[in-house]
Design a protein around this ligand. Structure first.
Ligand code: TRP
Length: 364
């Protein structure tokens, strides 16, 4: 069986370092590993519209932002197909048929949807499209016959839902769809990077993100304003590293070699943590180090972005070509889905020549 990757993001804003460690960086590594037969990376504009129906312009403008973020992180259009979800109408058709295989109560139990409904104050009036987006996500994944979906932890319920749809479909209509597996970051700190304010999630609406496209100065300012251990008031106080955003970011980004370069008194993160825990290490020093670490990781991304920003038409061309190529794959899957569901009337010779079941008798 081919090894195929599908992953994507909603274009509701620029991508941040949470996306980067949670999924983007992994996608680039997987792309460059050479072990995948096909890689599809999707800008999920149709999904973004499920809760932004009245802001089409926002979604439209952010497509290029996300595409620039992808390219500047190292996704390579020669190796990965970059596509825009809405340009693949087959995804809607697949979703419509999958809807018959999922119950309302099952959707209501989806923990990610539940918390998103709360976050958006949708309790009283959830748009139907939003409520059913896990089904459309199953269409995204299965349309490309994806075997592997590199995502952040918050997407696990979607993959679970997809697996259920695949099993149900295959058991009702015969083996047709491929069951995917999620691929999470191995580093625990990367699973869910908190915001710079220490809130559990980086989110544009909470204004607590460090964006991939932030300037050097913006990153520095944000790092210096980060929350730390609230009880670590004096340098001499013992500090806590668990749950401390500055240390969580270091867990996600720091490599031992950065110490030699920026903080030679220590050889690794464990030594730095030990010093902070026993007291005598100030937040400012740790933050300055974190800033250097982040700048190391982000400066390459930033300079690639500058290059691509000079040629926006080329970026749209990549998306256009990618969408056409992706559509070919989705058309094939939809064909086999319709075959399995026996809604392929005009391709069914026995049916149209009257030889099947009921009319077979009368025609002999
Ligand atoms: N739900 C994902 C997000 O919010 C975006 C997405 C849409 C996606 N379809 C997908 C991710 C399919 C993985 C696979 O970022």
């Amino acid at each position: 069986m081919s090894k195929i990757i599908l992953s994507g993001d909603r274009p509701t804003g620029r991508l941040h370092v949470g996306h980067y460690v949670g999924s983007l960086k992994r996608r680039v590594e997987l792309q460059n590993s050479g072990i995948y037969d096909k890689i599809f990376i999707m800008i999920a504009d149709a999904q973004a519209l499920t809760d932004n129906a009245e802001q089409p312009e926002k979604v439209r403008q952010n497509i290029i932002e996300v595409a620039l973020d992808y390219l500047s992180c190292g996704l390579d259009p020669e190796k990965s197909t970059l596509l825009i979800q809405s340009q693949i109408p087959e995804l809607c058709e697949l979703s419509f048929y999958y809807m018959n295989l999922v119950t309302v109560s099952r959707l209501q139990r989806n923990p990610t949807v539940k918390s998103e409904i709360q976050m958006r104050n949708f309790e009283a009036s959830i748009p139907v499209g939003f409520f059913t987006y896990p089904i459309s996500q199953a269409a995204d994944i299965t349309a490309f016959q994806a075997t592997t979906v590199p995502v952040g932890e918050d997407q696990l319920p979607m993959i679970e839902q997809t697996k259920e749809i695949v099993r149900k479909f295959n058991s009702v209509y015969g083996d047709t769809l491929v069951e995917p597996d999620a691929l999470l970051p191995d580093n625990k700190a990367c699973l869910r990077l908190p915001g710079i304010d220490g809130k559990s999630k980086m989110s544009k609406s909470l204004n607590n993100c460090i964006y991939l496209s932030d300037t050097e100065e913006e990153v520095r300012r944000k790092v210096m304003s980060m929350f730390t251990d609230p009880n670590h008031l004096q340098v001499s106080d013992p500090g806590q590293v668990e749950g401390n955003p500055v240390f969580i970011y270091l867990d996600a980004f720091c490599k031992d070699e950065f110490f030699a370069e920026y903080l030679p008194e220590y050889t690794n993160l464990e030594e730095l943590k030990a010093h902070y825990t026993r007291g005598g290490l100030g937040d400012v020093k740790v933050k300055k180090f974190l800033n250097n670490v982040l700048q190391e990781e982000l400066s390459g991304v930033r300079s690639k972005r500058k290059e691509w920003e000079k040629d926006i038409p080329a970026v749209y061309e990549i998306l256009h070509k990618g969408s056409l190529k992706a559509r070919e794959a989705a058309v094939k899957t939809l064909d086999s889905v319709k075959n399995s569901m026996k809604i392929n009337y005009f391709d069914d010779h026995a049916l149209i020549t009257g030889q099947s079941e009921k009319y077979a008798q009368e025609n002999v």
